[in-house]
Design a protein around this ligand. Structure first.
Ligand SMILES: Cc1cc2nc3c(=O)[nH]c(=O)nc-3n(C[C@H](O)[C@H](O)[C@H](O)COP(=O)(O)OP(=O)(O)OC[C@H]3O[C@@H](n4cnc5c(N)ncnc54)[C@H](O)[C@@H]3O)c2cc1C
Length: 482
């Protein structure tokens, strides 16, 4: 965009939202440095920011979002939505310029339906603030990612996120009941808000995980739960990872639903449970948390889980291990546990069915370990924390303790680790990833993971909904637009 076009667009945007909600040029880039991915941080550190919006606009209402999209569509300007900016894949970067749409001002709770236990909430609502508000009424959202203090509800939906309680309550797609979406041409779609329907396909699922490429999610009706009245923690030391996986599999495939089933491999257990090390955390360890409305049910479920864990060789640890784990569950997202540049760090979360899960663990962790020369001293620590009726997720925390000084070398190492892990997850019968989205990190691998026919279907949907290609061009491995 020429300077004249930017100025003209800025004044049109100011007419929609007010001049104090529009920023351009250096002001825009300083105000919005980009998301929390290593790629974003390392580029900014080397003076080559990935996030380069020419304009930023911060609407407060769905009508304003609609007017902005109508304007962007008329002018053919690309738009990148921004929620809490907590993404770790580089998705919320306006890397091709254009307009960054800051949605944090759309943060109202529109309605709580206490009979149906649902809430209609706007996309910019912060996840933690939302849950704190609900807690005052004895209710809870149950989407509890480690990034709750930064992430928005819209961002969680757009990135198809998951939270620590997912094994009982599901991932974000299970919480979302219906959506309000502003389309690239500014039209507003209200999807049916009923428990289930046979009125054609469930269109809401199209937007969950679409990372801003298909429409702007402005509000969602979401499922609520009553806050748990009873909660039990337990922890088990298993002879090896396979025994822990077998116990987890038996738990979820026999109808039991612990809210937390977290199985750490040896390195990860020592790292993540170090505060409890005196309790004998020296091997594969599982933390369980069982909760519900009825003490009696929680007691029975705990007892059966205990029997299952013991039958797979699990040795029960002091119950405080689980309780302390819960109290400190966000620690790994804060200093001193957060790595610093020039270190290279990333999380790789892969998912597969139970038939493939052990191969996935072995394949991905070994591929990461061998992806770069040993001199870099890479470490990989892995746990399983999202369990489904037919499979589970492995989550690897990867750190290169002293990365190279140059940007190109550092990005090359990073990309080699990612490519090796993606390939290994496919070979093992899984995919990368489970809940962190695609962003810029995984975009080059989308075609490999979706396959040519899958990509062609996705591209067709994109072209149909966004013929000008103005929403997040190039994201999700899609074309950069017309
Ligand atoms: C320390 C740490 C821990 C984390 N732990 C977890 C975790 O436990 N579980 C988990 O799932 N994730 C986790 N994440 C990743 C991240 O927090 C999630 O992906 C989160 O859901 C992103 O929300 P956000 O509002 O910050 O989105 P952003 O980063 O702002 O945006 C993410 C993507 O969604 C798009 N987008 C945002 N809002 C909208 C909207 N309203 N409509 C359309 N598109 C939109 C953006 O364009 C971008 O493509 C973690 C991140 C960090 C830094």
């Amino acid at each position: 965009m020429s300077q004249a076009a930017i100025d003209s667009m800025a004044s049109e945007l100011a007419r929609i939202v007010g001049a104090d909600k529009v920023w351009s040029g250096a002001q825009a880039q300083q105000r919005y440095p980009g998301d929390k991915s290593w790629l974003t941080l390392v580029h900014a550190h080397h003076g080559k920011p990935l996030n380069q919006p020419q304009l930023v606009v911060a609407p407060h209402t769905v009508e304003q979002v609609s007017d902005i999209m109508r304007l962007a569509s008329r002018e053919g300007i690309s738009v990148t939505p921004l929620g809490g900016g907590s993404g770790v894949q580089g998705a919320a970067n306006a890397n091709l310029g254009g307009l960054l749409l800051d949605l944090n001002g759309l943060n109202r709770v529109r309605e709580i339906d206490e009979q149906s236990l649902t809430c209609t909430v706007e996309c910019g609502m912060n996840v933690k603030v939302f849950d704190t508000e609900l807690n005052k009424q004895g209710l809870t959202f149950t989407h509890d990612p480690a990034s709750a203090e930064w992430a928005s509800v819209g961002g969680a939906i757009a990135a198809r996120g998951s939270g620590v309680l997912s094994s009982r309550y599901g991932n974000i797609q299970d919480h979302v009941l219906s959506l309000e979406v502003v389309m690239p041409d500014g039209s507003v779609v209200q999807l049916p808000s009923v428990p289930r329907h046979g009125v054609g396909p469930e269109l809401g699922q199209l937007f969950i995980g679409s990372e801003g490429t298909l429409g702007i999610v402005t509000a969602a009706r979401v499922k609520l739960q009553r806050q748990a009245k009873a909660r039990r923690f337990s922890a088990y030391r298993f002879p090896d990872l396979a025994a822990g996986i077998a116990a987890g599999r038996e738990i979820v495939t026999t109808g039991l639903r612990p809210a937390v089933i977290r199985l750490y491999d040896v390195k990860s257990a020592v790292l993540s449970l170090e505060k409890m090390a005196k309790a004998g955390i020296d091997g594969e360890t599982m933390v369980l948390m069982i909760e519900g409305q009825h003490e009696a049910l929680v007691e029975v479920e705990s007892r059966i889980c205990d029997e299952i864990c013991r039958s797979h060789g699990g040795r029960m640890l002091e119950s405080r291990v689980g309780a302390e784990w819960w109290a400190n569950r966000y620690d790994m997202s804060h200093p001193p546990h957060v790595p610093q540049l020039p270190q290279i760090w990333m999380t790789m979360d892969a998912v597969a069915d139970f038939r493939c899960i052990e191969a996935l663990y072995t394949g991905v962790t070994q591929a990461i370990e061998h992806s770069i020369e040993p001199k870099w001293g890479l470490t990989v620590k892995t746990h399983l924390s999202h369990w489904y009726e037919w499979g589970a997720m492995i989550y690897s925390r990867v750190i290169v303790p002293k990365g190279p000084d140059t940007l190109d070398e550092a990005v090359d190492l990073h990309d080699r680790i990612v490519a090796a892990a993606v390939e290994a997850s496919l070979v093992a019968g899984g995919v990368m990833n489970d809940h962190h989205g695609v962003g810029m990190r995984l975009a080059p691998h989308m075609a490999r993971q979706f396959g040519p026919a899958g990509m062609s279907l996705l591209q067709g949907i994109k072209t149909g909904l966004d013929p000008q290609g103005i929403l997040c061009p190039g994201k999700l491995g899609l074309s950069t637009g017309a």
